[in-house]
Design a protein around this ligand. Structure first.
Ligand code: OGA
Ligand code: MN
Length: 288
């Protein structure tokens, strides 16, 4: 039996799990401890784990049914043998990208919230990391909601926002999309701004991504102003955890109650991550 240790990484969210080898079978008690730590800390980091693709898939499956990657800008899976695995990388082979998101900043977002049932969780496994740059940040959306001024809570109560599906977090247009300038016309799911977490039942702010977001039923300028204020609040440094990647880090995050973003890095450096995600139930408005 494993004896894991849970060490918080930041006041708002994030914890390191040590004392476990993720390549070995995980007994039910240990898995329950990991799941409890995940519910408490929202983002879990495991260091020094080198998993093969089948091992990454098996581990991911302990947290639920796998959810295949969304459409990337190139229109086909990056790993033809493992279509459930996504690749996040700036590396090109013969001029062709082996993964998504390039080397630029990936702006604050939540994954695939432009579909009705966005993934519940995602796992990112660092196979090659640059010496510096490419840090990833997560922000706690339970805390963002709890600390929202009462008048802002009142303004968003019962409201939905459009989650645009046109662009990814690196600003690239997804395959088959057309340019959008008026957020009111953006394609993508309309999601409640305050959701009920499927496992914990707690209220979380649910923003998706800022670009082309629009609060349904509001005047466009009023929607823009309120969204700017919500985003500024939700991404305050004290709500965040900063991950400086080491080789063979593995991070599991909750995609229903956190946002994340990534710093840019040296285009001549190599960064290769293999990634899975877990299916989630339909998004439910808090108190619905
Ligand atoms: C992702 C993502 C950020 C990173 O995999 O969903 O946003 O650090 N990645 O590469
Ligand atoms: Mn992402």
């Amino acid at each position: 039996m494993n004896r894991i240790t849970v060490t918080p990484l930041a006041p708002a969210l994030g914890a390191e799990i040590s004392g476990i080898d993720l390549r070995r079978p995980i007994d039910a008690d240990t898995l329950a401890e990991i799941k409890q730590a995940w519910a408490d800390h929202l983002v879990l980091r495991f260091r020094g784990q080198l998993l093969s693709d089948p091992q990454l898939l098996a581990l991911s499956g302990l947290f639920g049914e796998l959810d295949p990657p969304g459409p990337n800008p190139y229109g086909k899976p990056f790993l033809s043998d493992f279509p459930e695995i996504n690749v996040i990388s700036n590396v090109k082979v013969g001029g062709e990208p082996i993964g998504n998101l390039g080397d630029g900043e990936a702006v604050w977002h939540c994954d695939m919230t432009y579909v009705a049932n966005p993934p519940r969780a995602a796992m990112l496994h660092a196979l090659e990391v640059p010496e510096s740059g490419g840090d990833t940040f997560w922000s706690n959306m339970y805390l963002a909601y709890q600390t929202l001024p009462a008048e802002m809570k009142a303004k968003i109560a019962g409201r939905k926002a459009i989650h645009d599906s046109t662009y990814n977090s690196a600003g690239m247009m997804r395959k088959g999309m057309k340019a959008i300038t008026d957020p009111r016309e953006a394609p993508g799911a309309h999601q409640p701004l305050v959701i009920q977490h499927p496992d914990t039942g707690r209220a979380a702010l649910f923003l998706g991504r800022r670009r082309n977001s629009y609060i349904v039923g509001m005047d466009l300028p009023a929607s823009e102003a309120l969204l700017d204020a919500l985003w500024e609040h939700a991404t305050r440094t004290e709500f965040t955890f900063r991950q400086q990647w080491r080789l063979h880090d593995l991070i599991l995050w909750d995609n229903r109650c956190t946002l994340h973003r990534r710093d840019s890095f040296d285009p001549d450096a190599r960064r290769v991550m293999h990634r899975t995600q877990i299916k989630g139930p339909a998004v439910v408005a808090f108190g619905a």
